[in-house]
Design a protein around this ligand. Structure first.
Ligand code: GFB
Length: 319
């Protein structure tokens, strides 16, 4: 058991959807939360990261900083997604080793798994097949992050662990229609159509791909749970345990938003992976389960959107 009470805990990426949820969750842990604004610390600069770590000396690190985006952003900016994620995770993980950080949790993504992995996807499916081409750049960077944690554990005895969340949504999401993930895109499209009285919304692709969605507050809770109770080399899936098609999701979002019009398809946009339901078995067997049901979570996310708790960003780095 790694008790966070009294510890200095750095949340790298605290402005992002995941990082800000972890900061909210840590409020009840009795720890001192450290954050760094982007103007103060550029995670892509090794010297700056090492100097910041030497000065602040965190005991524990949540590495939630990442360049993230939806299927189109991943496909459009492969160099940014590969380079920025590789450099920032290498800088933070190496500096954490050098400055003697006691525990580090690295956050990845379910896109690390092969495109046609057997479902539900267990942790040992990693590196058993080819990746989905639209996001292989991001996936390879995230796989490298897992391997960095494992390598520093093996060679230097560092207690660095990795969590792989499924598709996330919630307050603080990116609602820019070109760069966002599907959930905020559907909320915005349904909301705008309702406001303007449009007869239909247009979704990308066929609507047949299946996706699993986890509320970001559940994800943050799982990350804190793992930080406190897990110390092994293998990464751990952080999933919801159920999935649905994009068309089913669209109908659910339209119901929550109160838009009763039609649904059209833009077939020039990619479908991506046909299905990526992760096995939740490992984390469940440790005693953790999600609490926020999908319809309730979407209603909360829509409320947060209406309250202005969102960002409109161009696939920005959460740093
Ligand atoms: O959420 P999303 O962008 O990412 O798209 P992925 C999920 C599915 O929703 C795809 C469809 O089949 C999209 O074609 N979709 C339908 C839409 N309408 C829309 C829309 O208006 N916007 C968006 N964005 N999608 C990402 C990866 O994959 O998931 C990242 O590219 C990362 O690397 C992330 O792993 C969690 O689930 O396909």
């Amino acid at each position: 058991m790694y008790d966070l009470a009294g510890k200095r805990v750095w949340v790298a990426g605290h402005r992002g959807m995941v990082g800000s949820a972890i900061v909210r969750r840590l409020a009840s842990e009795g720890c001192e939360v450290l954050t760094a604004e982007r103007g103060e610390l550029d995670l892509r600069r090794q010297d700056s990261v090492e100097a910041w770590m030497e000065e602040k000396h965190p005991d524990a690190v949540f590495l939630a900083a990442a360049k993230v985006g939806g299927i189109l952003a991943n496909d459009t900016y492969p160099a940014d997604f590969l380079y920025e994620n590789l450099i920032l995770e290498a800088n933070v993980i190496h500096a954490a080793y050098r400055s003697g950080v006691e525990k580090l949790l690295f956050l990845g993504s379910s896109c690390i798994y092969p495109k046609f992995a057997a479902q539900p996807i267990t942790e040992d499916a990693l590196l058993t097949g080819a990746l989905e081409p639209t996001n292989e750049w991001y996936a390879i960077a995230k796989i490298a992050g897992i391997k960095l944690c494992q390598a520093y554990r093996r060679q230097h005895g560092c207690d660095f662990i990795s969590a792989m969340p499924t598709n996330l949504y919630g307050p603080g999401d990116n609602f820019d229609l070109n760069t966002s993930h599907v959930m905020p895109a559907l909320i915005r499209k349904a909301h705008d159509a309702k406001q303007s009285g449009a007869g239909a919304i247009t979704i990308w692709g066929t609507g047949t791909p299946r996706r699993e969605f986890l509320h970001v507050d559940d994800c943050a809770d799982a990350c804190v749970f793992l930080m406190k109770s897990y110390s092994q080399e293998s990464h751990v899936n952080v999933g919801f345990g159920e999935d649905l098609t994009i068309l089913e999701l669209t109908r659910l979002v339209c119901d929550v938003v109160g838009f009763g019009g039609g649904i059209e398809h833009d077939l020039s946009k990619p479908d991506g992976t046909p299905r990526k339901l992760m096995s939740a078995e490992r984390l469940r067997s440790m005693g953790w389960a999600p609490r926020i049901r999908l319809a309730q979570g979407i209603a909360e996310a829509y409320q947060a959107f209406q309250d202005g708790q969102f960002v409109d960003r161009k696939a920005e780095t959460h740093a």
